[in-house]
Design a protein around this ligand. Structure first.
Ligand code: ATP
Ligand code: MG
Length: 607
């Protein structure tokens, strides 16, 4: 219920519509009740064919019947067919009016529910963008997508239920209950115990629905994750001929979803029949009792008929409440999952008094920085570095030494577990994330391009540049040569993940993106070993131009880069074990010298 109340906060902006909808709902319910009561005169006329026509109205309005009849013209009042037609028309009018208000109510409630879903989705999405990279490392993509889609839909559905039926049905039930009492209060009192009998399964089943609803959402998310992973990793699946394995894995998860759905269906499908059986039993009993009372002359047959029909109508909303409650409880499972996301505290946060960093002037400093991923094993230990403005810092070391981890701390993808990183002497935690990240350009091993035009991919992050500047940047990046051959030049769309471009071409677009951004700090995770000699040269040239006048951290695999570096940092097992220039390090014959023999010489083809 607390979750629901919180969800209702999203509804507040649409108060006005809700008030109108509730008003319509009350009218719908009242008209339902009046229509039910209006059946009594019809039954009265039909049951007493032969005797003088009468206008039999429920209980307290009993005396009103003859009075109304007296007001009518004689020809009218004495003609039972005429009377029947009038009452029937009255009923028809009531039903039409009820229809109009029901439309209004449904439309408005749907409006509110969809508006709320839109707002919640916007909020969850905005919230996702406050999370650190770490959150996405821990949470499978499919899970994230599932929360934004299935769970929001589900909670919107539950809200629709809440407004659409949770108000209407109880109102209607109450209205009909009132009619029951008006017709014959003693009968109504006898019929009352049916209500708790009908309500009990509603509550009981509702609880089960919520628990099982959570399971079904979890299964959906798992399935989503699996699909997302195999689709994005399709090349690997194909390369390793793992189709049948993946099919099996999918089938297992899918069967899990099926089982969860059936578990919930067993409860859901049972709700209506149970309520119906209980309700029908009650109605049948009332027919028997009513018949008995009519025979004994305690009560009029039209009263019994109207009562029994109204009782039957009464179980309609009660049964719906049961179903709605199931849906609502299931929806709450979605609501809970949404608020879980909303309540997650981002682990990389901007402090409230964060300052804006003007363009970097001096440089970047690491002071005794340590870092551990979620498993608490220190991946970086006591790392201290200083890189002055314009310097080229090459980081070398064996795979898994912590090179990528180290550079990812500069844009605060993660925060160090100990120590500080400073830019121009200011702890980067004190800077706004925006101004910090504006200082940094990254070209990494995995080039991420969006499914958009080349132009838009290049200006990503700097929307204010002119086509001329983009042209310039593509030239610097050595990318013009292949782009000019494309059918629509820079306006060519590249497929998802840029699959229609080669590795080297993608890399050059990423370089152009960094050129356009023109950041004072540059982070390069060199990955040119997969390129052929010619495109490697192209990329290298582009990178060389990009590095000019910037502080560059480059994870270097090539001798040419390391040689030119102002500083070479040799990393091993999370520590910087040696530092100096290429010549100095080579001369001291330590870890770098060994690395030089095994790694750098082999890769540095062009030297
Ligand atoms: N998301 C993660 N969660 C936990 N541990 C991680 C994570 N990413 C990396 N590591 C660990 O951190 C260590 C350093 O990884 P890192 O990616 O920084 O190495 P690297 O020096 O860049 O290696 P390479 O040259 O292969 O790219 C490795 O031991 C790795 O197992
Ligand atoms: Mg790496």
């Amino acid at each position: 219920m607390r979750d629901l109340r919180r969800l209702l906060r999203y509804v507040r902006p649409y108060r006005g519509r809700i008030v109108v909808a509730i008003f319509a709902t009350v009218l719908v319910s009242a008209l339902s009740a009046i229509s039910a009561g209006a059946m009594q005169p019809i039954f009265g006329l039909v049951f007493h064919v032969g005797s003088a026509p009468r206008l039999s109205l429920p209980g307290p309005f009993r005396d009103l019947g003859p009075k109304l009849l007296n007001r009518l013209p004689e020809s009218f009042a004495s003609d039972p067919i005429m009377l029947l037609s009038v009452v029937a028309l009255f009923l028809l009018l009531g039903v039409i009016l009820r229809g109009i208000f029901a439309y209004l109510q449904t439309y408005l409630m749907n409006y509110v529910a969809w508006a709320m879903m839109r707002d919640v989705r916007d909020d969850v999405y905005a919230k996702l963008h406050t999370f650190s990279v770490g959150y996405f490392r821990r949470t499978p993509t499919g899970e994230v997508m599932s929360r934004l889609t299935f769970d929001v839909d589900l909670s919107g559905g539950s809200l629709l239920m809440f407004f659409g039926s949770f108000l209407k049905e109880p109102f209607t039930a109450v209205g009909l209950l009132v009619v029951l009492f008006l017709i014959s209060w003693p009968l109504a009192i006898i019929a009352l115990p049916c209500i708790p009998m009908a309500v009990y399964p509603i509550v009981k089943f509702g609880k089960k629905m919520r628990v099982r609803g959570t399971v079904i959402q979890e299964r959906r998310a798992e399935l989503n994750t699996l699909i997302q992973q195999t689709v994005s990793g399709i090349r690997i699946v194909r390369a390793f001929a793992m189709e049948s394995y993946e099919r099996l894995r999918f089938a297992q998860k899918n069967a899990g979803l099926f089982r969860a759905a059936m578990r919930i269906t067993r409860v859901d499908a049972l709700t209506s029949p149970v309520i119906e059986v209980l309700g029908f039993g009650g109605v049948l009993f009332m027919v028997w009792l009513g018949g008995y009372l009519v025979v004994r002359g305690f009560i009029l047959p039209e009263e019994v008929m109207t009562f029994v029909v109204t009782l039957g109508l009464f179980f309609q909303p009660v049964r719906k409440i049961g179903k709605m409650n199931n849906a609502l409880q299931q929806g709450l499972a979605g609501v809970r999952r949404i608020f879980e996301v909303m309540d997650t505290v981002p682990d990389v946060q901007e402090i409230p008094e964060a300052t804006t960093l003007p363009r970097m002037q001096e440089g970047v400093t690491f002071r005794e920085v340590s870092f551990a991923y979620d498993d608490d094993r220190d991946v970086l230990k006591d790392v201290s570095i200083s890189a002055r403005m314009g310097e080229l810092v090459a980081i070398v070391g064996p795979s898994g030494a912590g090179k990528s981890t180290l550079v990812n701390l500069i844009p605060r993808f993660d925060d160090p577990t100990a120590g500080v990183i400073e830019i121009d002497g200011i702890n980067i935690r004190r800077l706004t994330l925006k101004s910090l990240r504006e200082q940094i350009g990254m070209v990494t091993q995995e080039i991420i391009l969006f499914d958009d035009t080349i132009f838009n991919n290049v200006v990503y992050g700097r929307q204010d540049v002119s086509p001329d500047q983009v042209h310039q940047a593509l030239m610097v990046a050595n990318a013009l040569e292949f782009i000019e051959k494309l059918p629509q030049g820079v306006d060519t769309r590249i497929g998802e993940d840029g699959v229609r471009l080669s590795g080297g071409q993608r890399q050059r677009i990423a370089i152009a993106r960094a050129v356009v951004k023109d950041p004072p700090i540059l982070i390069l995770d060199e990955a040119t070993s997969s390129l052929d000699a010619e495109s490697e040269e192209m990329v290298q040239e582009a990178l060389d131009r990009l590095m000019e006048r910037r502080t560059t951290f480059v994870i270097a695999h090539r001798l040419s880069t390391v040689r030119r570096a102002d500083k070479v940092l040799v990393m091993h097992d999370g520590r910087i074990v040696e530092r100096g220039t290429h010549e100095e390090l080579l001369a001291c014959g330590g870890a770098y010298a060994r690395l030089y023999q095994t790694q750098l010489v082999g890769v540095g083809r062009q030297d």
